[in-house]
Design a protein. Sequence first.
Lengths: 193, 193
Amino acid sequence: MDISTLGYALLAILARGPLSGYDLAQRMKKPIGFFWQSQLSQIYPELAHLEAQGCVTHKVIVQEDRPQKKVYTITDAGSTALKAWVTRSPTPPPERNELLLKTYAIWLADSEAAIELFRTQEQMHAERLALYEHDRIRIEQESGRVPHPHEPLFGNYATVRMGIAYEHEYVEWCHWMAEQFELALASQLQDSQ
Amino acid sequence: MDISTLGYALLAILARGPLSGYDLAQRMKKPIGFFWQSQLSQIYPELAHLEAQGCVTHKVIVQEDRPQKKVYTITDAGSTALKAWVTRSPTPPPERNELLLKTYAIWLADSEAAIELFRTQEQMHAERLALYEHDRIRIEQESGRVPHPHEPLFGNYATVRMGIAYEHEYVEWCHWMAEQFELALASQLQDSQ
DNA sequence: GATGACATGTAATCAGTTACATGATTAG
DNA sequence: CTAATCATGTAACTGATTACATGTCATC
């Protein structure tokens, strides 16, 4: 029995309550998607796999107003496997950041183009930051102040905290990058006069 | 003609000077590896592909003390393609952070196990932080103070700056996480007395 | 003579994305 | 009747990792 990371991701969501594959995909967008993404076409086979391993079971639910669906529930075996996994040190994943790769070769670019690139990135990350900060406040209001480490909402809070710190750094770095090229541009203009 | 991200990564390295496949793989470890990793078995076919596209050429160099090697040089076409690529906005990659996924389900864990996980992570990132900070100082000494945006060393400096900010945030967040579980543990012990 | 760094590749496998295929039900 | 959402899947392709395969040269 070996479970893929996606498998654990699905178990982590199902640990909070039963859901259909379609609904799992929705969760894979909104809160989970910030640190683990996945497509429906990958979720369905993975659910079948988890069921074959005895980590989940499903019931067909017939709905009147919508098409019928399969609602999956985590089993004791699944719960045990998930609990064992959460505190196992993850193997450091191969880093892959295309923006940093571009940055490594950015000395080749025109200042104007570089400034545009980093201003755009700065704005993008500022938007995400605002989104996360909104989420953080929502969570703090839902539970009185900071959630306790043993309630599910703590998972949301802790990850959103990381998101805020991450996006905050990103925005500042992008800002610094654009600034460097603006300074270079200014001194170029001065030289040509 | 379409070039993969790995292809651009190789071009970005070759833009600083000709190298063999083996040497490119070395660079893929030391400075580039922090934001783009790759194996030799992927590099060799990619170099052949780049050569077929006219982005690089190679010469066989016979060495006396070592086996012969193929040294690759970037062409004008390769240089043009690279320069056009560096300032194109990258498509945001699907986020995938296993530690955050575990964090989302960490409320299921025992406080002791959680503390160990985050203390270990904190130490790991503190080590990387020290490594990056050392690198930053080395670069600042090599060039008088901050490298100019249009010299190659700026690429190294800018990426290492991001690395420092990132690892710094990571260390702080891990520390906060461990602290949350230590507080939970302390209040548990108090309750049982 | 064995080990390790240098050097270049191919083959099998895996995880994940995109495209394809089908169908129910509701709202406009 | 048409588009959007809900709902479940399969198939083809792509990028990357791991394992396999071969060989040179220097040092211990």
